[in-house]
Design a protein around this ligand. Structure first.
Ligand SMILES: [Zn+2]
Length: 349
C-alpha cells in the first residue's frame, strides 16, 4: 500500500478510536496507541530512511499533522469525558431544596405517664416532694411498718408476690412513705410527699384486673392536721383531675394504716350525677382511698403520735387513666400496642 494511503487510513482509524473511547482509562490506552513512543506514527518517523528522499518532507509534515490532529481530538475527548463525569456526580448529589422535609416518627407519651407527670406537677405546686423507692421491697417496709404485722388478717387484702420470706414485689408504695417518715426531721418543717410507682398483685389479668399497676401515695404529717385538711386536699385532687365542677363524697372504709379510713367518690363527670354506664347509674365514681394516719404507723417510724398526726391517700393511676380516657381494658396499658398508644399523641407533636 502507498504510504500516503496508509497515513490516510491511520488518520481515519485513529479518529474513530478516539470517538469510541467512553471513559478516561480507555482514552489513555488510545492515546498511547496513537501518539505514544511505540505508535504507528512514531514508527514511520523512525523508518524515514526507507522513504524515497523526495517524499520525506511531505511524509514528515503529514505525520506531524496527523499527530497534532490526534492530540487535539484526544484533549477534546478528555474534556468531554470529564464534563460527563462531573455532570453525573452533580446529578447524583443533587439536593432539591424545595422538597418538603421528611418528618421523623415521634413516639407518644404513655397515658399513665401523662397522668403521672400532671399529678406530680400538681403536688409539687402544693409543696409536696416526690419520692421513689424500690419495687423489690422488704416485708418490713411494705407491711410491718404500715401496721400490718405478719399475722394480720388484712394482709390477705393484697395477694402478694413473695420472693422469699422477707423480700417481695411491693403490693403498695407505702414502703416509700415509711422510709421517708423514719428519716424526716420535723424540726425543719412538716412532711409532705407523694410516692408514685409500680406495684404488683397476684391477680389473674382481665379487662379490669392487672398483676401490675401504678399507684401514687401521698402523706402529710405535721402538728394539728385534721380530717378537714384531708377533705380539702382530696377535693383539690378530684377537681384537678376530673374537672372543676366535680363534687366529692367520703364513705367510711377500712385500711390497716389509717384510722379513720375513707373511700372517696367523685360525682360522675360523664352524666353529671344523673346516672350512666360509667358510674353504674349511681351518679358517683369511686376513685381513691384515704384516711388519717394510724398512730401505730407513726410510732413504728419513731414519730411521737401524741404530737404529730396527718393524713395519707393512695390513688391508682391506671384507674384515673381509664376514667379520664375511657379506656375499656386495663391490659392496654402494658401490652404496648402502638395503635393504642398513638391515640395519646398531642396535636403539636
Ligand atoms: Zn355517670
Amino acid at each position: 500500500m502507498d504510504l500516503f494511503d496508509k497515513l490516510k487510513e491511520l488518520r481515519q482509524n485513529g479518529l474513530d478510536e478516539i470517538k469510541k473511547a467512553s471513559d478516561e482509562k480507555k482514552l489513555n490506552e488510545v492515546r498511547v496507541e496513537l501518539v505514544g513512543k511505540k505508535s504507528e506514527l512514531t514508527n514511520i518517523l523512525h523508518s524515514m530512511k526507507e522513504v524515497a528522499p523526495e517524499q520525506r518532507r511531505e511524509v514528515g509534515q503529514k505525520v506531524n499533522e496527523i499527530r497534532d490532529l490526534f492530540n487535539s481530538h484526544l484533549n477534546a475527548a478528555k474534556d468531554e469525558i470529564l464534563a460527563k463525569v462531573i455532570a453525573k456526580k452533580m446529578e447524583e448529589e443533587r439536593i432539591d431544596v424545595t422538597l418538603p422535609g421528611r418528618k421523623g416518627h415521634l413516639g407518644s407519651k404513655h397515658p399513665i405517664n401523662i397522668i403521672l407527670d400532671d399529678l406530680e406537677n400538681f403536688f409539687i405546686g402544693m409543696g409536696y416532694k416526690v419520692v421513689q423507692g424500690p419495687e423489690v421491697e422488704t416485708d418490713h417496709y411494705v407491711f410491718e411498718m404500715m401496721n400490718l404485722p405478719k399475722d394480720h388478717p388484712a394482709r390477705d387484702m393484697q395477694a402478694t408476690f413473695y420472693i422469699d420470706d422477707e423480700n417481695l414485689l411491693r403490693s403498695q408504695t407505702s414502703g416509700d412513705q415509711a422510709r421517708v417518715l423514719e428519716k424526716h426531721d420535723f424540726s425543719k418543717g412538716p412532711l409532705k410527699m407523694v410516692g408514685p410507682g409500680k406495684v404488683y398483685r397476684r391477680d389473674d389479668d382481665d379487662a379490669t384486673h392487672s398483676h401490675q399497676f401504678m399507684q401514687m401515695e401521698g402523706l402529710v404529717i405535721d402538728k394539728n392536721i385534721t380530717m378537714s385538711d384531708l377533705k380539702g386536699t382530696l377535693e383539690l385532687i378530684a377537681k384537678h383531675v376530673f374537672g372543676q365542677d366535680r363534687e366529692i363524697r367520703l364513705r367510711p372504709s377500712y385500711f390497716p394504716f389509717t384510722e379513720p379510713s375513707v373511700e372517696m367518690d367523685v360525682s360522675c363527670f360523664k352524666c353529671n350525677g344523673k346516672g350512666c354506664a360509667i358510674c353504674k347509674y349511681t351518679g358517683w365514681i369511686e376513685v381513691l382511698g384515704a384516711g388519717m394516719v394510724h398512730p401505730n404507723v407513726l410510732e413504728n417510724a419513731g414519730v411521737d403520735s401524741n404530737v404529730y398526726g396527718g393524713f395519707a391517700f393512695g390513688l391508682g393511676l391506671d384507674r384515673f387513666a381509664i376514667l379520664k380516657y375511657g379506656v375499656t381494658d386495663i391490659r392496654d396499658f402494658y401490652t404496648n400496642d402502638v395503635r393504642f398508644l398513638e391515640q395519646f399523641r398531642k396535636e403539636e407533636d
